[in-house]
Design a protein around this ligand. Structure first.
Ligand SMILES: [Ca+2]
Length: 469
C-alpha cells in the first residue's frame, strides 16, 4: 500500500488526528481534499477474478447494504469505543468512508425513496412513512433490471409503490431481532450460488438497529435501577450536547417536547444508548455473514459494496432519540464505498458534502446504465477515483413537508418553512449544534447566504402533492 501524500490521509491517521469522533467537526477544518490512502488492492486471486469477470462482462456486481437508523458515529471504526463493529470496520478497510454524509430526509420511507430515485422528497410527494411513491417515477429496481442487471431486494425495502412488490423475499417481520438472520442467510445463498451471466444488484436491507424504537416503547418512563447492575460501568457517559438550543423552531419544539422523553432521567438515556449499540452489533454480525459469503464466492473482487443507513438516531444528544429532525445525530449516516482494485482502500473523505441523493447516480454510473430521469444527486465515482471535479459547496436535506437543512463545510442552517425561528450553527466551533447563531449580527451575512441557497433550492423543485397509502 502506498504512503499517503500530503493531502491524503488514511482512516487510522484520520482517527489519530481527530482524537475522538466528537472532534470530527473541528478536524474537518484542518483536513482538505479527498483523502485516499491506499494503492489499488493487491492483485486479485486469479481464479476468483476470472470467474467474476466472466459473468459480469466488465460491469461490476453491486451489493447495497443498508441498515436502519444507524448514526454516523455508531461504528467502532469511526472511533467510537462504546460499540464494536468488526464487520462494518471491514467495509471501512475495504473502501472509502464519507464523513460528511447526510440522509436526504431523516425518516424511513422518504430516505429510501430518495436512494432508489435520486430525487428529493418534495419531488416525490413522499414526506412520511404513510406516503406512496408515485407510480410514474422510475425506480432503480426496474431501471437496473431493464438495463441488464439481475436485481434482488432482500430484507427491508420500506417503499410502497403501485405495481411494485414491497421487497420481502424473506420473512418480513418488522423487527431485526426476528428477521435479520433470515435476510443475511438469503443473501448468503444468493452470493454462493449465483452463476448467471448478468451482473447482479442486491439491496440488503438490515432492520437493526431500528429495534431501538421498540426499546423506547418498553420504557415509557424512566428506569429507577438498571436491570443489569453490572452494566453500570459500561454505560456511555451523557453526551456533551445533552442540553439543547432553547431557541428551537416552534415546529420542532412541539415535537421535541411532546415525543422526546424529556422526562427520562440520565440513567435511562445512558442505558438507551448502551442498548442501541447492542442492536448495531447485531446488525454488524449479519453483515459479517454476508461479507464472508461474498469473499468465498467467485464474485469477491468484482463487486462494489455500498454501505449506508437511511437515517441516524438522536442517542440522547439534545435529549432526543430516533429520527424526524435535522440535528446531525438523526441526519448523518455512514457511507462507505468499495471496489477492490478500483477505489482506494481504508480511505477517508471528510471534504465532500454528500447525501442519499447521490446513491442512485453512483449506482447507475458504476453499473454503466443511463442515469435515472431527473435525478438530482451526483455520482460519487469521480471522488472515489481521486479525480479533480467541481463539487457542490452546500447540501440540502428535507424533513417532512417543511423541514429544511442547508449545510456548507462551515455552517448549518435549519428552518421549517413559515416558522419564525431558525437555527444557524458554526459546525467547526460547535459541532454539537448547541449555540444558535441566527439573529447574531456577526453572522447575519452567513445567514443571508444560507437563505439564498435555500431559496434557489426551493425554486428549482418540481413539487408534487403527497399520495397517502
Ligand atoms: Ca428507518
Amino acid at each position: 500500500m502506498s504512503k499517503a501524500s500530503n493531502d491524503q490521509m488514511n482512516r487510522r491517521e484520520f482517527l489519530k488526528a481527530a482524537g475522538s469522533l466528537a472532534a470530527a467537526g473541528a478536524l474537518a477544518a484542518a483536513a482538505s481534499g479527498f483523502l485516499p490512502a491506499g494503492a489499488p488492492a493487491a492483485a486479485a486471486d486469479s481464479a476468483n477474478a476470472a470467474a467474476g469477470a466472466a459473468n459480469t462482462a466488465g460491469r461490476p456486481n453491486i451489493l447495497f447494504i443498508n441498515t436502519d437508523q444507524q448514526q454516523l458515529q455508531a461504528l467502532s471504526g469511526h472511533g467510537n469505543s462504546y460499540v464494536r463493529t468488526p464487520n462494518m470496520d471491514r467495509l471501512l478497510k475495504r473502501g472509502t468512508t464519507f464523513m460528511l454524509s447526510h440522509s436526504a430526509h431523516p425518516v424511513c420511507s422518504p430516505a429510501r425513496a430518495v436512494w432508489f430515485t435520486g430525487r428529493p422528497t418534495s419531488e416525490l410527494g413522499l414526506f412520511d412513512n404513510n406516503c406512496a411513491l408515485r407510480y410514474e417515477v422510475p425506480n432503480l429496481r426496474l431501471w437496473l433490471q431493464n438495463h441488464g442487471y439481475s436485481e434482488m431486494f432482500i430484507g427491508k425495502y420500506g417503499i410502497t409503490q403501485k405495481g411494485m412488490a414491497t421487497g420481502y423475499p424473506v420473512a418480513g417481520a418488522w423487527m431485526g431481532e426476528f428477521s435479520d438472520d433470515g435476510i443475511s442467510q438469503t443473501a448468503r445463498a444468493f452470493l454462493m450460488n449465483y452463476t448467471d451471466d448478468k451482473p447482479f444488484f442486491i439491496s440488503l436491507g438490515i432492520h437493526n438497529p431500528h429495534d431501538c424504537c421498540f426499546w423506547v416503547m418498553d420504557y415509557p418512563v424512566s428506569i429507577k435501577d438498571l436491570p443489569y447492575p453490572e452494566l453500570a460501568d459500561e454505560l456511555p457517559p451523557l453526551p456533551a450536547n445533552f442540553n439543547f438550543d432553547p431557541r428551537e423552531p416552534e415546529t420542532f419544539k412541539k415535537q421535541h417536547q411532546g415525543l422526546m422523553r424529556l422526562g427520562w432521567n440520565k440513567m435511562t438515556w445512558r442505558y438507551y444508548e448502551w442498548s442501541y449499540y447492542r442492536m448495531v452489533e447485531m446488525a454488524d454480525a449479519e453483515i459479517g455473514r454476508v461479507l464472508d459469503a461474498l469473499e468465498q464466492s467467485p464474485h469477491r473482487d468484482n463487486t462494489v459494496i455500498i454501505f449506508t443507513a437511511d437515517h441516524g438516531d438522536g442517542l440522547g444528544r439534545h435529549q432526543t432519540y430516533s429520527k424526524w429532525f435535522l440535528y446531525d445525530e438523526a441526519l448523518m449516516v455512514p457511507l462507505v464505498v468499495s471496489w477492490p482494485g478500483h477505489f482506494p482502500e481504508d480511505a477517508v473523505d471528510d471534504a465532500h458534502l454528500v447525501s442519499g441523493l447521490d446513491i442512485a447516480p453512483t449506482i447507475c454510473d458504476l453499473a454503466g446504465v443511463p442515469p435515472l430521469p431527473r435525478q438530482r444527486g451526483a455520482s460519487l465515482r469521480p471522488l472515489l477515483e481521486g479525480r479533480q471535479v467541481e463539487w457542490r459547496d452546500h447540501v440540502v436535506s428535507e424533513c417532512g413537508e417543511k423541514g429544511r437543512m442547508v449545510r456548507t463545510r462551515d455552517f448549518k442552517f435549519i428552518t421549517y418553512l413559515g416558522d419564525p425561528t431558525e437555527q444557524l450553527f458554526d459546525m467547526r466551533a460547535d459541532p454539537g449544534e448547541t449555540r444558535n447563531l441566527a439573529g447574531e449580527a456577526a453572522h447575519a451575512e452567513t445567514l443571508t447566504r444560507m437563505k439564498k441557497y435555500l431559496e434557489a433550492y426551493e425554486a428549482s423543485l418540481e413539487k408534487v402533492p403527497a399520495i397517502k397509502v
